[in-house]
Design a protein around this ligand. Structure first.
Ligand SMILES: NC(=O)c1ccc[n+]([C@@H]2O[C@H](COP(=O)([O-])OP(=O)(O)OC[C@H]3O[C@@H](n4cnc5c(N)ncnc54)[C@H](O)[C@@H]3O)[C@@H](O)[C@H]2O)c1
Ligand SMILES: [Zn+2]
Length: 350
């Protein structure tokens, strides 16, 4: 009950703005007690320049990258913020992609046992995924996001004007998660994605957020629920295994690995007789949004043993069973499957 309320409140606090409206709002609201954290790659955007000029002593600029999510960085930034001076009423404003957002959220949730966090996601992935749902965190040397908190930002301001400077490859990575939502629960989103003309990006972002919000009320990921947060992991069991495998030495980005993971997991859904449609339709959509589809290169007779090893390690497998998100006639669901069956199904994939 309480959790529902928190999520409802969160839902109302997501606001879509044009950059001029955002500027007005921020200039009127940011005070000299607040802290601003910016991704260096957006420092040349007019609004950011103005904010940096206006709050030079309260601003921290970091180059967004997976590497910034570490305990040493967290420690040095938190000491810097404390040195600058913080009070209970201080608000942390963060402007950047998912890495900067995850780190800033973790900082906000731990400074003085929690100060308010206002997020301004600037990558497509951050707009549709990481800024929604209140997971914050940094990486341990043993794995991704192992240190973190559940901490909802007070406000999320979505301004798609930031996407103008986002590299094409990063846009594609955002689309991987959007395509995931369209498969697990949004026919409306699916229709927009298969249209020939380029869809309205704000509408696509809104539908994606609504899709994620259906699951994040299951705040602590209880697997039994029909709306389990784990359904959001569709494409991620195989995707993460590809991303983390030792045999893989390239520089595949998260969204690209998820693109391949979704094809493989939809094929598993199909082989287990849950998915009645053509997997090729998904491949066409992924291609349209500049995502890789060459799953055979990563999932084949040679690589399957090491992928399975990764999955058992990642998912902390109990009694040889693993919970995997699949897609059926009515969208996403969770299926318990033995490692043996998963392996033999993977071996049947063509
Ligand atoms: N908290 C969650 O629920 C959640 C969910 C999904 C992903 N994540 C996390 O999100 C992270 C990935 O996020 P990401 O893909 O945004 O990565 P990122 O933060 O590394 O950003 C990608 C790149 O785009 C640049 N960038 C961002 N906005 C830009 C803009 N407007 N113009 C030009 N360049 C810009 C960044 O500097 C970076 O080089 C991962 O660490 C992942 O674990 C968290
Ligand atoms: Zn993802």
């Amino acid at each position: 009950m309480k959790i529902r309320k928190i999520i409802d409140k969160h839902t109302h606090e997501i606001e879509f703005l044009k950059i001029a409206q955002l500027e007005k709002k921020l200039i009127n609201n940011i005070s000299n007690n607040d802290i601003l954290i910016f991704d260096r790659n957006i420092a040349e955007i007019g609004l950011i320049k103005k904010l940096l000029k206006r709050f030079p002593k309260r601003s921290i600029v970091i180059k967004g990258h997976e590497k910034i999510k570490n305990i040493h960085n967290y420690s040095s930034i938190i000491e810097k913020i404390i040195k600058l001076g913080v009070q209970r009423k201080t608000i942390i404003y963060s402007f950047g992609g998912g890495t900067l957002g995850d780190l800033s959220g973790f900082l906000a949730s731990t400074i003085l046992r929690g100060v308010e966090h206002v997020m301004i996601p600037t990558s497509l992935l951050a707009m549709v995924d990481s800024s929604i749902g209140g997971k914050t965190g940094i990486n341990s040397k043993f794995g991704k996001n192992l240190i973190g908190t559940f901490y909802l930002p007070k406000k999320v301001f979505i301004c798609s004007d930031f996407l103008k400077s986002l590299p094409k490859r990063e846009i594609a990575c955002g689309y991987a998660e959007i395509i995931k939502y369209s498969l697990i629960n949004s026919k409306q989103l699916h229709k927009l994605l298969i249209k020939k003309s380029k869809g309205d990006i704000n509408k696509i972002i809104k539908l994606s957020i609504n899709s994620k919000l259906k699951y994040v009320s299951d705040f602590r990921e209880k697997l039994k629920s029909k709306n389990s947060r784990a359904i959001l992991n569709f494409g991620h069991t195989i995707g993460h295994a590809i991303e983390n495998s030792n045999f893989y030495k390239g520089n595949l980005k998260h969204g690209e690995a998820i693109s391949l993971g979704m094809i493989v997991e939809l094929k598993i859904s199909s082989l287990l007789n849950y998915y009645p449609k053509r997997v090729d339709d998904l491949i066409e959509i992924l291609k349209k949004y500049n995502l890789p589809v060459n799953y055979n290169k990563y999932v084949n007779k040679k690589t399957i043993p090491s992928l399975i090893k990764k999955i058992t390690f990642d998912k902390k497998v109990i009694n040889e069973d693993v919970n995997i998100a699949l897609v059926g006639k009515n969208g996403g669901f969770i299926k318990k499957i033995s490692i043996r069956d998963l392996k033999s199904t993977l071996n049947q994939i063509k």
